[in-house]
Design a protein around this ligand. Structure first.
Ligand SMILES: [Zn+2]
Length: 409
């Protein structure tokens, strides 16, 4: 929330160049906004608020729908949020004159508040009892009334304000992070970026889709390209390149990552989509790989039913097949562990040694220690990576210290 507010502010300060001004108001309460609230049942519209100064539903906006969505659960949710002290999001007013405002964004929420305060619907209290506003305790009523809203007042030419509103609110679908950043840092750089990365006609999109998840039109590819080149500092990167006319650095880096992945891994598997290729490129692109060997390894691991996490296969191979944690290898089940524990413990008692075979051959204080089941972990006697199966014949129980010392091999 705080982040978004800050970004919106950044964006807004920039819009001043276009004669549009925006002021953040945080002192307007629900009571203020709902003063003189009028709801028109016939037209299903919240009409006015703010003591007559606010037009809640300008002509170009849709009718009040919260009351009809999920049996009104949405308008109840607005009240529940307020009662719990959760934010209900940014509200935008268009300032027409000193005493005239229109709701640009937030009419559904404001209408919910107004309808509740005028007893048009009830919410359930802690005991599940229906409660109308006027039947609430004064304390609860005040909690609602005195809650301040976060409101941006936008002032400018009508067309300008509406145009701007259209960009922040495409057909009611909220902007995602990257779309918002594109709006904030609009300029030649973003324009060039979009030509390259947000263009579904670009023949490369199909290739990129093998590695990147998301919709090209909603900036998923641009976001990745920026994330990779900036090592995660998209904001800074866009800010410092905002007025650049060329995007060569971005393009080159992006292509290097994609070319690298596709040359190391000749197979294209579903699980490759959405991996952190930027990070993997940084970590491993200096190493050399034999694509044929890599391919065989990929196929072998894909065929292995013990591997729970196929998307870990690629990093596992890049890292020299050392870190099996990436694969989330199927573990020994409880019955196997208990049966091995029982066997080892009985044996250990007869031999007067520890039931952890590693402790038993050591010289430490634990040489004769009988560990509890809960203090031990299952281990592959013959290492998983060397083909050892996850079956009872290859299971031994070790104390936690020894199992972890042995590593996850
Ligand atoms: Zn031990």
């Amino acid at each position: 929330m705080a982040l978004q507010r800050w970004r919106t502010k950044e964006f807004l300060s920039d819009t001043r160049k276009n004669n549009m001004e925006t002021i953040l108001k945080t002192n307007i309460t629900i009571e203020d906004v709902c003063e003189g609230f009028v709801y028109n049942e016939l037209e299903e519209k919240g009409l006015f608020g703010l003591d007559g100064k606010l037009t809640i539903q300008p002509e170009y906006q849709r009718n009040y729908i919260y009351a009809f969505i999920d049996d009104g659960k949405k308008e109840i949710a607005v009240i529940d949020s307020i009662l719990k002290g959760y934010p209900i999001g940014l509200i935008y007013f268009n300032k027409i004159s000193e005493n005239e405002f229109e709701v640009l964004d937030g009419q559904q929420r404001i209408t919910s508040l107004g309808r509740f305060i005028t007893d048009k619907f009830a919410v359930k209290d802690e005991n599940g009892m229906e409660q109308y506003f006027t039947s609430m305790t004064e304390e609860k009523q005040n909690k609602i009334l005195k809650t301040p809203l976060t409101i941006y007042e936008c002032e400018g030419e009508e067309g300008e304000v509406k145009e701007w509103f259209k960009t922040i609110n495409i057909a009611g679908v909220p902007l995602n992070e990257q779309e918002l950043l594109n709006a904030i840092y609009s300029g030649p750089f973003v324009t060039r970026c979009k030509e390259e990365f947000s263009n579904s006609q670009n023949a490369n999109v199909k290739k990129w889709s093998a590695y990147i998840r998301g919709e090209v039109g909603r900036q998923a590819f641009l976001e990745k390209a920026l994330e990779w080149v900036s090592k995660g500092n998209i904001d800074n990167y866009m800010s410092s390149h905002r007025y650049d006319e060329n995007i060569d650095e971005l393009k080159n880096y992006f292509n290097s990552v994609i070319d690298w992945v596709s040359s190391v891994f000749s197979d294209v598997e579903d699980e490759m989509r959405g991996l952190e290729w930027g990070r993997l490129y940084e970590e491993y692109h200096d190493k050399s790989y034999n694509p044929d060997k890599v391919s065989k390894e990929v196929q072998k691991l894909y065929a292995d039913p013990r591997i729970e996490s196929r998307k870990g296969i690629f990093e596992y191979i890049l890292g020299g097949s050392a870190d099996t944690r990436l694969l989330n290898i199927r573990v020994f089940d409880d019955a196997t562990k208990k049966s091995i524990y029982k066997k080892q413990t009985e044996n250990a008692k007869t031999e007067d040694e520890s039931n952890c075979p590693h402790c038993a051959i050591g010289h430490e204080a634990n040489k004769r220690k009988i560990w509890n089941f809960s203090d031990m972990e299952a281990d592959h006697v013959s290492a998983w990576a060397k083909g050892g199966p996850t079956s009872i014949g290859n299971c031994q129980m070790l104390c936690k210290t020894h199992n972890r010392a042995k590593g996850n091999r």
